[in-house]
Design a protein around this ligand. Structure first.
Ligand SMILES: NC(=O)c1ccc[n+]([C@@H]2O[C@H](COP(=O)([O-])OP(=O)(O)OC[C@H]3O[C@@H](n4cnc5c(N)ncnc54)[C@H](OP(=O)(O)O)[C@@H]3O)[C@@H](O)[C@H]2O)c1
Length: 265
């Protein structure tokens, strides 16, 4: 039995589907159970319950460490044996209370449970934020300049999480998860334009604090500057080491998800 937090989100919903497809029983945690379709093998909950292993996901932002610690404490009390924490690429190993993931990573390491930490890079799904501009025929704003990143298909993150949750082979491991190739936003947009069979353009927007929601502005600005300077130009073979196959490409993700760029809800 695996408990999945963040079960209605990008990674959590993919993970729930992959675990059910393997005939693993899943408890999905959400604040609003009406948002999850009933399925065989699936239990929906608003509280952490007893499970063999827990997938720990907090939404991005400064509340992340408190949410991680609260979920983890309840998982330990409920008798979980294993935890897999979704973190982020570049999370420092040393204590950093301002970081959104480092305190949660530390709590996981100190929990007494068998643990695995996943540090993915930027998700392919982030490009769905371009959909309104694409539909309106506007250039896509780009705060990352020519900075390249190893864009990853979220389904590969979920697949690695499923392995780490259902086997004992990944205890005490920290995986930095990336796709197979480095792409800048203009390179991603060029590939997406080919997939959507339309000409797409970008407009360079040098990052400033006011571009981002206030609660996350400081971290988002630092992240954008880092990417712009080439600081997240990282590709690893961790997905292949865990799954025994290459990670999917951005182009393949875009082919599979092309209709989502034209959906209006
Ligand atoms: N996007 C990226 O490029 C990227 C890269 C690296 C790491 N990450 C990390 O990935 C995580 C986000 O994953 P995701 O994109 O799969 O998530 P997501 O789609 O944003 O979904 C987040 C989930 O968290 C729940 N949630 C939202 N606010 C909450 C709150 N205040 N308290 C408790 N639960 C809350 C929501 O569930 P309900 O509404 O159903 O309760 C939702 O299903 C973050 O930790 C982020 O730092 C993201």
């Amino acid at each position: 039995m695996i408990l999945v937090t963040g079960a209605t989100g990008t990674i959590g919903s993919a993970l729930v589907g992959q675990l059910l497809a393997r005939d693993v029983e899943v408890i999905a945690l959400t604040r609003d159970p009406s948002t999850i379709e009933p399925r065989p093998g699936l239990t929906v909950t608003t509280e952490i319950r007893k499970a063999d292993a827990v997938f720990l996901l907090a939404p991005p932002g400064p509340a992340g460490p408190d949410i991680d610690r609260a979920y983890l404490r309840r998982a330990v009390e409920a008798g979980a044996e294993r935890v897999v924490k979704l973190s982020a690429i570049g999370t420092p190993d040393e204590p950093d209370p301002k970081n959104w993931h480092q305190p949660g990573e530390q709590a996981v390491r100190e929990s007494g449970l068998a643990w695995t930490i996943l540090r993915p890079t930027t998700f392919a799904t982030n490009s769905l934020a371009w959909a309104a501009d694409i539909r309106a025929g506007r250039p896509i704003p780009n705060v990352f300049g020519a900075g390249r990143q190893g864009v990853i298909d979220p389904a590969d993150i979920a697949a690695v999480a499923a392995e780490a949750l259902t086997t004992t082979e990944h205890g005490g491991r920290v995986y930095t998860l990336t796709g197979p190739e480095l792409l800048s936003v203009p390179e991603q947009v060029a590939q997406l334009g080919e997939v959507l069979r339309t000409t797409l353009t970008t407009v360079d927007v040098p990052p400033t604090k006011d571009l981002f929601p206030a609660a996350i502005a400081e971290v988002a600005l630092a992240g954008a500057k880092l990417v712009r300077e080439g600081g997240n130009a990282i590709v690893t073979d961790d997905v292949e080491r865990v799954l025994g196959r290459r990670p999917g490409t951005y182009r393949a993700w875009a082919e599979e998800n092309r209709t989502r760029f034209y959906a209006t809800s």
